[in-house]
Design a protein around this ligand. Structure first.
Ligand SMILES: [Zn+2]
Length: 338
């Protein structure tokens, strides 16, 4: 096993310690750090992770605001704040990973290699030591979206944890090397996508959810109904394919999507609507991936005169309008209509 360097830990920061702005806070942290907030009940601990992606600020803003307000949580809270260098790379909160870095939230599985893999392993070791009651991993979507939870297990507790923040839970059987996959059987773990990265409503939702999560005596109070959606299909671009965002097909580009393709996140797309336009390579530029890694392009899409459409009415989620994320991660997910 690779020897891991312990992650710095900041014990009980005061409102003055963390600085006035979230940027001050990040500069003071400097590198991935655990922040420990002692609870009224010091025998129990809950965990929060955030900023695994440097362009997703709602979670770290919530933690900063909570500390600034000088409240004390019900139980100890162990907060992990991840991709600080990526977040601080100018312009602030615009880089998913540090320059030349890997996506931290794809590194939570063996082999724990490279700086991000070693960091992920060290973080998991610290969580094992803390044995939290639950773990919430706070993210934002890169496009506009309502908030939703994601989990790998569909049990009552995952629904309750989601209900603290929002009212939709996506249960996924896709395995990507994310944090929640690494801890799903150790303690209840839910990823919360708080909404679009630049949407003040997402910041507010993350803060309110964080507050409820850390103030709750236990999770039995949270029984608001949550809609569960199962098994999203991941749609990636093939490695060598090009993408552009424009209101009309861009000549020479393999896939053009309208710049407002994120307008219908979680909304239903009919078979008649144009999702975008494919070039001369047609559907071969996509990889429509189920949990077995099979390519299901022709089962989910149809092309008519270069127009890309869905083969069946479906909901889309996590639709990005950022070409870099579209290329390095994925274009969107399809929620098959059951
Ligand atoms: Zn993320």
């Amino acid at each position: 096993m690779t020897p891991t360097r312990p992650i710095p830990r900041w014990e009980a920061p005061t409102p003055q310690d963390v600085g006035q702005t979230v940027e001050d806070f990040l500069v003071k942290l400097g590198e991935p750090t655990f922040v420990w907030l002692p609870g009224l009940d010091a025998t129990r601990t809950r965990a929060v992770s955030t900023l695994l992606h440097g362009n997703e600020p709602s979670g770290v803003r919530a933690i900063h605001r909570w500390i600034r307000e000088g409240q004390q949580p019900q139980v100890n809270v162990l907060c992990f704040i991840g991709a600080i260098r990526a977040a601080l790379t100018e312009p602030l909160f615009s880089h998913r990973c540090a320059p030349e870095g890997k996506d931290l939230n794809r590194c939570f599985r063996s082999p724990f290699e490279g700086p991000e893999g070693i960091m992920a392993q060290a973080m998991l070791q610290e969580l094992q030591h803390a044995q939290p009651e639950a773990l919430i991993d706070l993210h934002n979507t890169s496009g506009r979206s309502p908030a939703y939870g994601v989990s790998t297990l569909n049990r009552d507790i995952q629904e309750r944890l989601t209900g603290i923040f929002c009212d939709h839970l996506v249960v996924t059987d896709l395995r990507l090397g994310t944090l929640m996959e690494a801890t799903e059987y150790d303690w209840p773990t839910v990823t919360i996508e708080a909404g679009g990265a630049n949407d003040p409503r997402a910041d507010e939702l993350a803060f309110r959810g964080f507050t409820r999560y850390v103030l709750a005596k236990d999770f039995s109070d949270f029984s608001s109904p949550v809609t569960v959606v199962q098994h999203p299909i991941r749609v990636e671009l093939q490695k060598d394919a090009t993408v552009a965002y424009s209101h009309a097909p861009v000549p020479g580009v393999d896939l053009t999507l309208p710049p407002d393709v994120d307008r219908l996140n979680f909304g239903l797309w009919s078979r008649q609507e144009t999702l975008g336009w494919v070039g001369t390579r047609g559907l071969d530029v996509l990889w429509t991936k189920n949990a077995m890694g099979q390519n299901l392009n022709s089962a989910f899409f149809a092309v008519q005169d270069g127009e890309l459409r869905l083969a069946h009415p479906s909901r889309l989620m996590m639709v990005t309008t950022n070409a870099e994320i579209a290329k390095s991660d994925c274009l969107f997910y399809i929620l098959p209509d059951s």
